[in-house]
Design a protein around this ligand. Structure first.
Ligand code: AFP
Length: 361
């Protein structure tokens, strides 16, 4: 069975399962059971529908995205088991970012690699956890490059705090030599063809954009499928919530310090989880602003441009939000190195603009 046929077969199975559940609910006299079977839409189905809007689309892209959804379902199943002896805790290694590697970091990294390396169209995989990119020998000239943070917020695992996976997809620049791997990877964020994230929280939620709005899905664990929750998600234009690690306040520049004084005089709430993906997800849904500015110790910020800031900036902009490093639009930044860090101010349009207005004073 080809990849596409297999995908359609999977839709069919999922729809039949939903139909059976609806019938069973009706037979049990469940109040509110639908009189007819509702059309459920899985993420794969949604991607194919979106793809049909582009007459020259080949289906390759949906095949690639289904590799990501498969990987995140496997990771989710492992995250659910966090706390069990063989997967909890640190590996004893320190990653290229200088952070202690958690066992689940390693599992998530390997799962993404395994699920994407054999798609046939992924030529290069770039992970936040690895020193260098993986060029897939079997698909050396594969047209897509996938960059990911396999388990964002992983230092929170043992406290059962929401964590997530963030991904970004680039196309190879056809004008470049295949061998020039680093030049292929170091593309500015506006060149992303798709990006998104999964939050492993009270439920597992996926949001993605392929440049035509942001679409959100919830994993239905009973059937193992991401089911459409909301299409064309919009981020509220304002929101009186700020999200920052305020412990570093004395290290921020004057503009940010002034902004932090201002919010306290204007009835704002503070929310900070410490997992970017979860803080961003809340900001996308409820509005507000997330800030991780440069500090005196780390003037270039902490968050990674290619695996964190770029994909979330793409999602934010597609939902009507804004993402900047305080001076420049995130998506315009030309990366110089693979693990480049950046300050990040991201969220509702009016709130980000307000932060920037303090920078200009
Ligand atoms: P970990 O993946 O090591 O937990 O780091 C998470 C993160 O990169 C990002 O998700 C958070 O927003 C940020 O670090 C939190 O950093 P602070 O602990 O300095 O606030």
């Amino acid at each position: 069975m080809t990849g596409l046929k297999a995908t359609w077969f999977a839709f069919d199975v999922v729809e039949k399962l939903y139909a059976m559940r609806a019938e069973a609910a009706k037979a049990d006299g469940v109040v509110g059971a639908p009189a007819h079977v509702p059309m459920i839409r899985t993420v794969e189905q949604h991607i194919l529908e979106q793809q049909r809007k582009f007459p020259h689309a080949t289906g390759e892209f949906s095949w690639l995205l289904s590799g990501i959804t498969l990987a995140t379902k496997i990771i989710q199943a492992q995250v659910q088991r966090a706390g069990l002896l063989e997967i909890i805790g640190k590996t004893g290694d320190v990653n290229v970012q200088g952070e202690e590697v958690q066992k689940l970091d390693e599992i998530a990294n390997k799962t993404l690699r395994d699920c994407l390396a054999y798609r046939g169209n992924v030529g290069i995989l770039v992970s936040e956890e690895d020193h260098s990119p993986h060029v897939i020998q079997e698909a050396e000239s594969g047209r897509y490059i996938v960059l990911f943070d396999p388990l964002d917020g992983s230092s929170n695992i043992n406290a059962n705090v929401s964590i997530g996976t963030i991904f970004s997809i680039l196309q190879r620049n056809p004008g470049m030599r295949d061998g020039d791997v680093m030049a292929q990877i170091l593309q500015p964020g506006y060149k992303q063809v798709a990006a998104g994230y999964v939050v492993y929280g009270s439920s597992t939620v996926m949001a993605y954009t392929a440049g035509n709005g942001v679409h959100m899905f919830t994993l239905d664990p009973s059937i193992g499928a991401y089911v459409l929750a909301q299409e064309y998600v919009r981020m509220p234009e304002e929101g009186k919530v700020y999200s920052i690690n305020e412990a570093y306040c004395a290290q921020f520049d004057e503009g940010i310090q002034e902004y932090l004084k201002w919010v306290k005089e204007h009835n704002y709430s503070s929310r900070y989880i410490g997992s970017l993906v979860a803080d961003f997800h809340r900001t996308l849904i409820r509005g507000g602003v997330f800030l991780y500015p440069g500090t005196k110790k780390a003037p270039g910020g902490k968050l990674r441009l290619l695996y964190e800031a770029n994909p979330l900036a793409f999602v934010a902009e597609q939902a009507g939000g804004v993402a900047t490093d305080g001076h420049e639009r995130i998506l315009d930044k030309q990366p110089k190195i693979m693990h480049e860090r950046t300050p990040l101010i991201i969220g509702s349009k009016d709130e980000v603009e307000r932060v920037l207005s303090f920078n200009r004073r």
